[in-house]
Design a protein around this ligand. Structure first.
Ligand code: GLP
Length: 249
């Protein structure tokens, strides 16, 4: 595990954008695992700028973590829409494929199986993650199996409260989502988790210093051998960096 602490989310985001660029440049058929949420916005903005210098995404596939149940791709709060607006349509050369689970599939169980199959055929080289205030990754909420595959999840109170900020009409915020499971996240060759601000400090310390447990889904990342935590001073403020042995800060 490595921990990098930056002055601002923009600096952290730029660093992660360069990791994405290196992955795209290094591999013949790169696969990027992508996330949504406010945390990743500075990273995507930097990546768009970097790509303006001629980064060819035509051989790159992307796989997103999750999607709200009930929102179609045109819905301004769907994650498909988020990705189009903040990344895909801004790139001079779009990715070869950009996979996101469909939240409007007639049969959600089948959609989960279809997505799991896509993940198996496209092993993720670099997985970008944010973290929920409750420690969730993707929409893998606390107290669920940490061995899960793609599944439909009931969002917790914490997540609904936190993500309501994106919804003008909060009554219509979906209460369920489809998410890639922890199993697929752990199979990614490299994982970069970004967390910025006070509100994430507990999730960060519990995930890095706590025991691995279902109450804090991101704590399972302790088992992965190539994880970089990209933090700012606020999100890192509870960490006892002297105590974390073997961590390259
Ligand atoms: C959602 C996404 C997560 C993301 C989280 C954090 O719940 N499913 O993948 O990490 O939001 O959101 P934010 O970055 O806005 O704090």
């Amino acid at each position: 595990m490595r921990i990098r602490i930056f002055e601002t989310p923009s600096e952290g985001g730029l660093y992660v954008a360069t990791l994405m660029e290196q992955t795209v440049l290094r591999l013949d058929e790169p696969v990027l695992g992508l996330a949504t949420g406010s945390t990743v916005l500075p990273c995507y903005a930097s990546f768009v700028q970097i790509s303006m210098y001629g980064l060819d995404m035509s051989q790159t596939s992307t796989l997103n973590l999750d999607e709200y149940v009930g929102l179609d791709s045109e819905h301004p709060h769907s994650y498909r829409y988020f990705m189009e607006e903040n990344l895909f349509r801004r790139l001079p050369i779009r990715p070869k494929e950009s996979y996101i689970p469909s939240g409007t599939a007639d049969n959600l169980d089948e959609e989960c199986r279809r997505y799991e199959d896509i993940i198996s055929k496209n092993p993720i080289d670099l997985q970008i993650l944010g973290i929920g205030v409750n420690g969730h990754i993707g929409f893998n909420e606390p107290n669920q199996s940490l061995l899960s595959t793609t599944h439909v999840v009931d969002l917790t109170e914490d997540t609904i409260n936190n993500n309501e900020k994106f919804f003008r009409d909060t009554d219509n915020m979906p209460k369920r989502a489809i998410t890639m499971g922890v199993q697929a996240i752990l199979r990614s060759k490299q994982i970069v988790l970004m967390a910025f601000g006070e509100s994430k400090k507990r999730a960060v310390v519990n995930s890095i210093e706590g025991t691995i447990r279902t109450e804090v889904p991101a704590s399972i990342l302790q088992l992965h051998n190539d994880v970089i935590w990209v933090l700012d001073k606020e999100s890192a403020s509870l960490l006892d960096l002297q105590m974390i042995k073997g961590v390259n800060v």
